[in-house]
Write a new protein. Structure first.
Length: 486
């Protein structure tokens, strides 16, 4: 991979797909290019795989099902994966930063976060032991078995190239499934490096396969191949809908973690300094490109100006630059399309009457400049502005106001998405009341942190269905079989 490339990593000595225990490398096929969003540098040429390789991967995974180990053996694999990730956190973090753009500290945090999912799955797999039930009147017992669902297709996005896969694959392996993984084309290298580490775990051949390339062609195979029983996808609502439609005739079980439009409700009694710290950490992680990033700040009218001023001065102090440089808080956006969307959302809101209170619009950079976007704060944003209606996926903090608790909840719920929401108030009873009224799968009360391995996470409404993390996340990959015995 390193012929003339400015980027090398011991974990990227082979770059390609991985099917049935063998690497598919670039020698003869067309490749796609992976670039660094901070400067446009070419990081790697990756073989573009398609339907044929996806089918081969599914077949390899199907064959590997007969080689899936015992529960104890699987728990050993998961523990080993967590160890390997932790041991190689720095190398993996550098790969994440180069292809995704996020600052190295955040990237390292992602590696350890991913390791946590494998470590947790090793523990929670204990719930998969058969459960014996008594049927008293007839003196029967029933055994409830947790059988592996089978071959699973895992399609992941670019904003957490390691962690989003960890959420899915940890549960799938714990359950005894075999997997075909399709990473996002803009960030496949982290996944390639991870597969180099997986080779050291000693998994059965074909149990875990990697196919990067033609998303549509690979997606069609994963949706239609009879051996695939579960399809787990994290990405946009548009692609999620398409996959659901494609998979419907084949009755596959789907787990969809789609876009959010997270509201952050700030009541008049909230500690504004603490709220600003939590909000900035939540909003500017991955430069605002996560589905749990606050998209809409909804502030009580009496404190909205004070909140805007504090937020503006806090974001002004942030360092924006290449994620590889020390002290950088906010890296580049993933690409020009992402940059244009944030720019468009700011222009649209200002045209509709919003005021810029932090940051300023800059000229469009080129790819070699890097897709940097200084965080901006807008106040007085009308609810029909695009940045209130759709996920901006960038470092924009738009503030709208409310005057009553009911109005705050109504505005928060008045979107199709229902993934994450946050509530800041000093009144515990109100926090509980508001959480109960919010149609979001994850509600932070006085905190804006994201999901953890221990807790189920997922959406309501157009944010999808299914859960990741916790026992519920494990059960997505399990078929229940009940066997009566006398
Ligand atoms: P984004 O717009 O944030 O890139 P996407 O939903 O397009 O989000 O991408 C998330 C994942 O879905 C990526 O791995 C991408 O390659 C994949 N993907 C995109 N289109 C399709 C498709 N038609 N079928 C299957 N996977 C797809």
């Amino acid at each position: 991979m390193n012929d003339g490339s400015p980027f090398s990593s011991p974990l990227l000595d082979q770059v390609g797909g991985f099917v049935d225990g063998a690497w598919i490398l670039a020698e003869v096929r067309p490749c796609f290019v992976v670039t660094d969003p901070a400067n446009g540098e070419v990081l790697a040429y990756v073989p573009e795989l398609g339907a044929a390789e996806a089918r081969a991967a599914v077949e390899a995974a199907r064959a590997a099902l007969s080689r899936v180990g015992s529960l104890a053996e699987r728990r050993g694999w998961l523990t080993r994966i967590a160890e390997l990730l932790t041991e190689h956190a720095d190398e993996l973090a550098m790969i994440i930063t180069r292809e995704n753009g996020k600052p190295l500290g955040e990237a390292r945090g992602e590696v350890l976060y991913a390791a946590g999912f494998y470590a947790h799955a090793a523990t929670s797999a204990e719930h998969l032991v058969p459960r014996v039930l008594d049927e008293r009147p007839r003196g029967l017992t029933w055994t409830v078995h947790h059988r592996p669902a089978g071959v699973v297709g895992l399609i992941t996005p670019w904003n957490f190239p390691l962690a989003m896969l960890a959420k899915k694959l940890s549960a799938a392996l714990a359950a005894g499934c075999a997997a075909v993984v399709k990473p996002a084309e803009v960030t496949p290298l982290t996944c390639v490096a991870f597969f180099r580490l997986l080779e050291r775990v000693g998994l059965p051949r074909g149990l875990v396969n990697l196919v990067a390339g033609d998303a549509q062609a690979i997606g069609e195979v994963l949706c239609s191949h009879p051996a695939v029983r579960v399809l787990s996808f994290t990405g946009s609502t548009a692609v999620g809908r398409k996959l659901a439609a494609q998979a419907a005739p084949h009755l596959k079980r789907l787990s969809l973690e789609l876009g959010g439009n997270a509201p952050c409700l700030v009541f008049e009694d909230a500690d504004l300094d603490a709220t600003v710290e939590a909000l900035v950490a939540n909003k500017l992680r991955a430069a605002g490109q996560t589905c749990v990033c606050t998209n809409r700040v909804l502030a009580h009218a009496s404190i909205a100006d004070a909140l805007a001023t504090k937020l503006a001065s806090r974001v002004a102090a942030l360092v924006v630059g290449p994620g590889t440089e020390p002290n950088v808080d906010v890296g580049p956006l993933i690409d020009g399309r992402g940059w244009d969307k944030v720019h468009d959302h700011v222009e649209d809101a200002v045209e509709r009457g919003a005021s810029v209170v932090g940051g300023a619009l800059a000229d469009r950079p080129t790819e070699t400049d890097g897709w940097f976007f200084r965080p901006m704060v807008l106040s007085g944003v009308p609810l029909d502005a695009r940045c209130m209606q759709a996920e901006t996926f960038g470092p924009l903090l738009p503030i709208a106001t409310f005057t009553t608790e009911d109005e705050a909840m109504a505005i928060a719920n008045d979107v199709d998405a229902g993934l994450a929401a946050y509530v800041f108030t000093a009144d515990g009873a109100r926090a509980e009341r508001v959480a109960r009224g919010l149609r979001f799968g994850h509600v932070g009360l006085g905190t804006a942190t994201g999901p953890t391995p221990e807790a189920p996470f997922g959406g309501m409404g157009a944010s999808g269905y299914g859960r990741e993390g916790g026992l519920e996340g494990l059960m997505e990959y399990v078929e229940i079989q009940t066997v009566p015995s006398s």
